[in-house]
Unconditional design. Structure first.
Length: 215
């Protein structure tokens, strides 16, 4: 029951934050003209201070895209292909020309992700886990930007047992956040909100979705 309540709180925070940031006047003309059917998800850039942020976000990025009607190139295959071509860092991979990515993988579009924030922080009476992600979808055939979006999801825990109790609970929560890596779970929620099609300002449905004609 506590888990359900906690996750509901995360969803509420995400939706409230999303409503404030969503752009209702997104120009989808290039997206509709491109009609991408396959997406290559590139290893995310990591602008956060957590070393594992990129891998955590990447591991949970393909599911919402696939559910939205796109064929997503397998992450393991993509990673191995880059390594065989001497590319090991996200920065070097993001610097490749779209035409080169198209030549290697044959995908219609590539998703460029930047993890802005990832991890827990202790602020006096509460401990928060925050994941913030930005993404850009680029047509690999033309190099045109098709879509961009960003999302931040926060899970906050605190206490109401007097000053000492609040301080102790916040410290304990910070330790638990670090040991159990709640950030990984919050990263999954962030990807769901950001990369699931059909949301205001979000991605359009892919051709494998039954809702494709609603675009």
């Amino acid at each position: 029951m506590k888990t359900i309540i906690r996750m509901a709180a995360v969803m509420v925070v995400a939706m409230l934050a999303g409503c404030a940031a969503q752009n209702q006047n997104v120009d989808y003309s290039a997206f509709r003209e491109s009609k991408p059917a396959s997406i290559l998800v590139l290893p995310p850039l990591n602008s956060s201070v957590e070393a594992g942020a990129s891998a955590a976000v990447l591991a949970q990025s393909t599911f919402p895209l696939a559910e939205s009607g796109y064929y997503v190139l397998p992450v393991a295959v993509v990673d191995e292909t880059f390594k065989q071509n001497g590319l090991y860092t996200a920065g070097d991979i993001h610097a490749l020309a779209p035409s080169k990515l198209r030549e290697i993988f044959g995908a219609d579009a590539a998703l460029y992700i930047d993890v802005k924030r990832y991890g827990s922080s202790y602020v006096v009476f509460s401990s928060s886990v925050v994941v913030e992600v930005e993404a850009v979808l680029v047509d690999l055939r033309s190099g045109n930007k098709l879509w961009e979006g960003k999302k931040a999801v926060a899970e906050t825990s605190g206490s109401s047992g007097g000053l000492i109790g609040m301080l102790v609970q916040a410290v304990v929560s910070q330790i638990v956040n670090t040991l159990s890596d709640r950030s990984y779970r919050v990263a999954g929620a962030t990807n769901q909100f950001l990369l699931t099609a059909g949301q205001p300002g979000g991605l359009l449905y892919g051709p494998r979705s039954e809702k494709y004609e609603l675009n």
